[in-house]
Design a binder for this molecule. Structure first.
Ligand code: NZQ
Ligand code: ZN
Length: 384
């Protein structure tokens, strides 16, 4: 493995039904003026909003609402949140939701401490924020593992870019599987596939030689596949729901990344297409992954073959055949769990969008192949 320094700042509260006790414990540590951040209608519909408000009021907190954070959060929404933090002298941000709410708040927390525009600062000057408003997260949709890291994926609608920004780490994350029970099964599946995608993106990174991080990763991938299958059959299976939630956290809490340079080229393609289409993250990853992996059959075949044997339990007569069987197993799994295999199933029909996405996509140094923009365009077209 490559050298690394490991420090992990997020306190984790995991368990079915753990949210109330966990938040009450955390509330003693936080400031007085709280920005309560959430998405669209789900928080109020499920009754969780009222519970959280009463827990905050019990501890005498002043609460300012920051609702309406959309899937694929926008840069404008970040700026709206930053204005609220200034206006109400906020000293703690409580994010309640999935990856979109959680990401949006990471950048709000950083933008507030800056006199300049955080997007320009990071993408023009290559400078990164160092001061943040403290934050905590209550996860209601797992899969992204966004509560575990300090990277946020934000859509800049004017620039037509969906890209990562560095923000703050959460000081705590509450992972209570009960809170995900109201999530529609389609989003559960999309989230769990996102977790599997994170594992694969880390696994396919460099070095490609055997290492401990990848051994642990294989166990997480098998666990996602097994528990997602069980949860689809029985949505009341709280054990499987909890396992998937912790899989999601493990894939993004740095552990699997130790000693590795990650790949994430598939993610960057999804982000580039997402900037033009506002597509669902997990669904688009499902469309791109198998096609992308066929383009890695030369440079990445040993690793693809290892994944085929250890995760999908398939083996051919040669390394290449085994790698191909693994990709076919991945494709079959995507169909089995009801995710799309083609852009047409997601209403994406315009080739010019795919060309623009290939031309703006970030190129990842951790991918075992350095793609030309034309080949990325070919990959996106093959997804049609
Ligand atoms: O907005 P509301 O009404 O709350 O509905 C949401 C939303 O429509 C709903 N939902 C969430 N919890 C619910 C619920 N509905 C019922 N019951 C609940 N308990 O779920 C929908 C999707 O939510 P969203 O947060 O958008 O989904 P997800 O968690 O998949 O996050 C996607 C975003 O995360 C980014 C993606 O690019 C995308 O922008 N990612 C962030 C990553 C990171 N920071 O590490 C890594 C990922 O690779 C990903 O890129
Ligand atoms: Zn993802």
């Amino acid at each position: 493995m490559n050298s690394f320094t490991y420090r992990y700042p997020v306190r984790q509260h995991f368990g079915k039904g753990c949210a109330e006790n966990a938040i009450k414990e955390e509330l003693d540590r936080i400031g007085q003026n709280v920005l309560l951040a959430y998405g669209g209608s789900s928080l109020k519909r499920t009754g969780l909003y009222d519970k959280i408000i009463s827990w905050l009021h019990e501890r005498g907190k002043n609460v300012v609402d920051f609702g309406g954070i959309m899937p694929n959060p926008t840069y404008d929404k970040v700026q709206e949140g930053a204005r609220l933090v200034h206006e109400y002298n906020i000293d703690f941000i409580l994010a309640v939701g999935g990856g979109s709410v959680i990401d949006c708040c990471k950048v709000v927390s950083a933008q507030v401490k800056l006199d300049e525009d955080i997007w320009e600062m990071q993408y023009t000057k290559h400078q990164y924020p160092t001061e943040f408003v403290p934050m905590g997260a209550i996860v209601t949709a797992s899969g992204t593992g966004a509560e575990q890291n300090n990277g946020a994926v934000i859509t800049h609608t004017k620039k037509k870019l969906k890209q990562p920004l560095t923000g703050a780490y959460y000081s705590f994350a509450i992972l209570d599987s009960d809170l995900t029970r109201t999530l529609p099964m389609g989003q559960v599946v999309s989230g769990a596939f996102d977790t599997l995608s994170h594992c694969m993106e880390i696994y396919m990174g460099k070095p490609q030689t055997d290492n401990l991080s990848d051994e642990i990763n294989e166990a997480v991938m098998r666990n996602v596949i097994k528990n997602l299958r069980e949860l689809i059959v029985d949505p009341d299976n709280d054990f499987a729901r909890g396992e998937l939630m912790w899989d999601s956290a493990l894939a993004e809490n740095s552990l699997l990344k130790l000693g590795k340079q990650t790949d994430f080229q598939c993610h960057m393609l999804e982000h580039a297409v997402g900037a033009y289409t506002d597509c669902n993250h997990g669904k688009a990853l499902a469309v791109i992954h198998p096609v992308l992996y066929r383009h890695l059959l030369n440079e990445g075949k040993e690793k693809l073959a290892r994944m085929a044997e250890r995760v999908w339990n398939v083996k051919g007569d040669t390394v290449e055949q085994t790698a191909i069987l693994g990709i076919e197993a991945l494709e079959a799994f995507i169909k089995e769990i009801g995710l799309p295999s083609h852009w047409s199933e997601m209403g994406i029909k315009d080739e010019s969008i795919l060309r623009a996405a290939a031309d703006t996509c970030l190129l990842m140094p951790g991918c075992c192949k350095q793609f030309s923009r034309d080949e990325l365009f070919e990959i996106l077209k093959e997804c049609m």
